[in-house]
Design a protein around this ligand. Structure first.
Ligand code: COI
Length: 352
């Protein structure tokens, strides 16, 4: 497949000051379309809205998948991507779950590199800043029958962004949700399907209304085991051991999650992937054996958790401060991503 490049004639002003997350978009985007059983018409083009018929299937049945990854630029002007192939491979797994045809990973990876290089002046270099990359695929067939669509648009947009949480690296407050569930085994929770996020909004609003930053989800069947948090996977340091919920079919297999496990194990730290009972977490918070909790995600990076709200009580973790393991994982991961530290794992893809 050929990749056409159409450059904008009206470049936008680059942002000044605090960026926030996912609010500003660059001058160009990558688009390709699926018709008659194949992907084609691949192009990098000026960033622009899509015109879609009201009967377009994604509006009705939500057949859509997205990904999230980042490009980093340091003060030497070096540009890096972090494990981008993993995102496109995971996208194909998500696509397969909801009958979207697979993309050619090598082709889109090459297109992404060209897009990021074209937009390199948009990559912010401030502390905690990066160019957030959002690949997405939507069903575009115009028909109301419930079936896998025959037409799709795949696109990649770029957003210069800062910290996901408005308060940066300040420990977050999580609310353990005991009524609503995010995903059940056999459903789509293991994949980056857009509907998972719609299903999470109600509980997210409830938590926000109670003064929490995000929801900590429990399993759908017994409401006993921790699954993940709004936009992150979750790790606990309990009784001196690092534990994280095992991927048993309803938890997103995060690339940051996997990287943190690999990084800690490479240091000889034992990481247990298992069912984590909320009762044990609360007990640990009460008796002081729960010393650290942190979330992991592309957008959220490594996010310390300072408070867990369960029932009508708040439990403080690590005195509400960022713990040692959390800090060292944050420093090492962001160091590798920005080139401040060696990358012994071969995770980064250097573009310039
Ligand atoms: C990411 O971390 O990139 C995600 O996709 C989470 C998102 C909902 C902000």
């Amino acid at each position: 497949m050929e990749l056409e490049i159409i450059k904008t004639k009206t470049p936008k002003q680059k942002p000044q000051g605090k960026l926030g997350f996912g609010k500003i978009f660059t001058d160009h985007m990558f688009v390709m379309e699926y018709h008659n059983g194949q992907w084609g018409n691949a192009r990098i083009q000026p960033y622009a809205p899509f015109t879609l018929d009201p009967s377009t299937s994604v509006f009705h049945y939500g057949q859509a998948v997205f990904e999230g990854t980042k490009a980093y630029k340091n003060d030497k002007g070096e540009i890096r991507l972090f494990r981008p192939r993993n995102n496109f491979e995971r996208m194909n797994e998500s696509d397969a779950r909801i009958c979207i045809p697979p993309i050619d990973v090598d082709f889109v990876l090459d297109a992404l590199k060209q897009l990021v290089l074209l937009e390199k002046d948009w990559i912010p270099t401030g502390e905690g800043e990066s160019l957030y990359i959002r690949p997405t695929v939507i069903a575009t067939e115009t028909a109301l029958g419930v079936h896998a669509a025959h037409d799709y648009i795949f696109f990649i947009i770029l957003s210069p962004s800062g910290a996901y949480y408005a308060h940066g690296l300040e420990p977050v407050k999580l609310y353990v949700e005991e009524h609503y569930v995010r995903a059940a085994r056999g459903g789509t929770g293991h994949h980056k399907v857009v509907g998972n996020y719609a299903a999470s909004l109600k509980a997210g609003e409830k938590a926000a209304g109670l003064g929490y930053d995000q929801v900590m989800w429990l399993d759908a069947k017994e409401h006993k085991y921790v699954e993940e948090v709004g936009s992150m996977n979750i790790f606990f340091v309990l009784d001196g051991k690092v534990v994280t919920p095992a991927l048993l079919g309803s938890i997103l297999p995060g690339i940051t999650r996997r990287s943190v496990i690999e990084l800690l194990r490479s240091r000889g730290v034992e990481v247990e992937e298992k069912e984590v009972a909320i009762a044990d977490i609360i007990e640990g918070a009460k008796n002081g054996k729960l010393t650290e909790v942190f979330g992991t995600g592309t957008a959220a990076v490594i996010s310390p958790v300072g408070t867990i709200g369960y029932g009508d009580k708040d439990y403080l973790v690590g005195g509400g401060k960022m713990g040692e393991i959390t800090r060292s994982v944050y420093d090492e991961l962001t160091g590798i991503q920005t080139g401040k530290r060696e990358d012994p794992f071969g995770w980064v893809v250097r573009l310039q």
